[in-house]
Ligand binder design. Structure first.
Ligand code: A3P
Length: 283
């Protein structure tokens, strides 16, 4: 796409779905409710997988809602133009989504009892997923080639800015009881156990039947085949379906098929510098 990102509080956004006013509203005026749950992620960390899991939990394991309502209407992004008009139709307890970094997140959250589920993923896999996604979603500048995209990602020259800043910002919340972290890799390796942990965090009663249903209906294959979850019904001018699909591979470690040894070593050296104060290992 040919446009320029604009900066809001040091972070890049695209004019399509964001503006100074929309972001200012999200940050300073948006009213968080005490029973809200927010899925917060850096893009491509497993956001939509978590929306599907929470949609199923909200419906007691019944997949009808997921089969009939587009995923972005079930849990709108409250910082986008579209999301802000869609939120009025979300019933309480609301599950809302955000990619905002910590310093721009809704101020009213911090005096509320609302909860956040923060999903993280190996940043090399995020980079690869984003590289492909940026070619199809109109809100991203078209990546010219992988090498340049590695540079843009490491510099934070992409929509929603730097992955490093996102993680570092949100980790300030890690000891708060209304903040729960989980990784894409944990979801992959133990979806059952992960869903149980999510129920406990939400204070939601669960039994084997509920967990079985959530695990079954949130699998990669089921989501990929569900047009309400796989983004195939997004208008072509917003998502170019000729260039790829949202439900791409859904695996751990695809970065190994994309990075050269030199690119991986370069990434590691930047990672070490930027993350030295945080004891977090993703790969
Ligand atoms: P890949 O591009 O690596 O396949 P987000 O929802 O944050 O945009 O993340 C999208 C990534 O999550 C994509 O990764 C997508 O395939 C993957 N994904 C979505 N649903 C999934 C599921 N049920 N199981 C595993 N991966 C899933």
């Amino acid at each position: 796409m040919s446009f320029d990102y604009f900066l809001y509080k040091g972070v890049r956004f695209s004019p399509g779905s964001y503006s100074e006013d929309v972001l200012n509203f999200a940050e300073n005026e948006f009213q968080v409710l005490d029973d809200d749950v927010y899925i917060v992620t850096y893009p491509k960390s497993g956001t939509n997988w978590m929306i599907e899991i929470l949609s199923l939990l909200k419906q007691g394991g019944d997949p009808s809602w997921c089969r009939n309502v587009p995923i972005w209407l079930r849990s709108p992004w409250y910082e986008t133009k579209e999301g802000q008009s869609q939120i009025k139709d979300v019933t309480s307890p609301r599950v809302l989504t955000s990619h905002l970094p910590f310093h721009i997140f809704a101020k009213s959250f911090f005096t509320s009892k609302a909860k956040i589920i923060y999903v993280m993923r190996n940043p090399k896999d995020i980079l690869v997923s984003l590289y492909h996604f940026a070619k199809i979603l109109c809100l991203y500048k078209d990546p010219r080639n992988f090498q340049e995209f590695v540079e843009d990602f490491l510099q934070g020259n992409v929509l929603y800015g730097s992955w490093f800043d996102h993680i570092k910002g949100w980790m300030q919340m890690k000891d708060n009881s209304n903040f729960f972290t989980i990784t894409y890799e944990e979801l992959q390796q133990d979806l059952r156990g992960s869903v149980e942990k999510i129920c406990k965090f939400l204070g939601k009663e669960y039994d084997d039947a509920l967990i079985d249903a959530v695990v079954k209906h949130s699998s990669f294959q089921v989501m990929k085949e569900n047009k309400m979850s796989n983004y195939s019904i997004m208008p072509q001018n917003f998502m170019d379906h000729t260039k790829g699909t949202f439900m791409r591979k859904g695996v751990i470690g695809d970065w190994k098929n994309h990075f050269t040894v030199a690119q991986s070593e370069y990434f590691d050296s930047v990672y070490e510098k930027k993350m030295k104060d945080l004891n977090m290992i993703f790969f």
